[in-house]
Design a protein around this ligand. Structure first.
Ligand SMILES: NC(=O)c1ccc[n+]([C@@H]2O[C@H](COP(=O)([O-])OP(=O)(O)OC[C@H]3O[C@@H](n4cnc5c(N)ncnc54)[C@H](O)[C@@H]3O)[C@@H](O)[C@H]2O)c1
Length: 265
């Protein structure tokens, strides 16, 4: 099915690893012009190379720390200059360290707030003027099922992802009149198939709590679909919300793609 994404200018934050990588390659198959904004530039370059081979109209990597408002502004301007517009923003960067709240420190909260919420404010603000001028645009933020139900060891992260859900709804209400749609996709646990799919900065490489194969099997058993998520599982929902052709009447929505881990209706 043609989603009408051929030649669209798409920014994906954190496109160098795991879910962001799969999303980038998904847009590549649709023939989009890609701007991958990541701090892990080496891995992002590899993803961009793969994207070109898969059919992206073009792909560029801009090393960006999305917690830095001015750096995000420069990245967005470079994307607009190169491709003439900004059609889609995917706010994908996120990070967590699994820990009971009683064990956490204000320094950790600060980092989680910056990476999971402030980054979304920065990127959304920096694309809005262009999208308003165009009278068209789609913003898709990657949140988490941790935002929809209390998830032990993810108190601050879940709170910030819930903030993303709410923020996207407000931005959707304020900017619908300009043809801008904002939606949210909530993955559950989503594990790369191979270590090469993870960037050096991936939380899966740097976190001190990791899942063994045994634990993953146990987690799969309690999921309604009896499996854990893979990065490719998330791509379809993002492409759907990004496409004016198929989702032109959908805005302010929060969709879980998590094997049925949370069911909210
Ligand atoms: N993987 C999961 O199980 C899971 C579950 C629910 C939600 N999510 C959400 O999905 C999104 C992607 O998760 P993932 O597992 O692919 O993450 P990941 O850690 O594998 O990849 C994140 C990417 O973002 C980049 N990044 C980190 N900080 C950055 C910064 N300040 N500026 C620019 N780039 C930065 C990293 O270099 C990396 O390439 C996140 O928002 C995460 O919260 C993931």
């Amino acid at each position: 099915m043609d989603l009408g994404l051929q030649g669209k200018s798409v920014i994906i934050t954190g496109g160098g690893s795991n879910i962001g990588r799969a999303i980038t390659l998904g847009f590549a198959r649709e023939g989009a012009n890609l701007t991958v904004a990541d701090i892990a530039v080496e891995q992002a370059e590899q993803v961009a190379e793969e994207a070109r081979k898969l059919g992206a109209s073009d792909a560029q990597v801009i090393q960006t720390d999305v917690t830095d408002f001015d750096a995000v502004g420069k990245m967005v301007e470079a994307a607009r200059k190169k491709y003439g517009r900004i059609d889609v923003l995917v706010n994908n960067v996120g990070w967590d360290r699994l820990m009971f709240f009683s064990k956490t420190t204000p320094d950790l909260w600060e980092r989680i707030i910056q990476i999971n919420f402030l980054s979304v404010l920065n990127c959304t603000k920096q694309v809005l003027d262009t999208m308003i001028e165009q009278k068209e645009g789609a913003i898709v933020s990657i949140s988490s099922d941790a935002s929809r139900q209390g998830e032990p060891t993810e108190a601050v992260y879940g709170g910030m992802k819930a903030a993303v859900n709410s923020f996207m709804k407000t931005v959707a209400r304020e900017n619908g009149r300009f043809g801008i749609r904002c939606n949210v996709v909530c993955p559950g646990i989503t594990v790369a198939e191979k270590p090469e799919e993870l960037s050096e900065q991936s939380m899966w490489k740097t976190r001190d709590v990791d899942f063994s194969e045994d634990q993953l099997e146990k987690i799969a058993k309690v999921m309604p679909l009896k499996k854990i998520g893979r990065p490719d599982d998330i791509v379809g929902a993002v492409l759907y919300f990004a496409s004016n052709k198929v989702a032109g009447h959908a805005t302010g929505q929060v969709l879980s793609v998590s094997g049925g881990y949370s069911m909210i209706g």
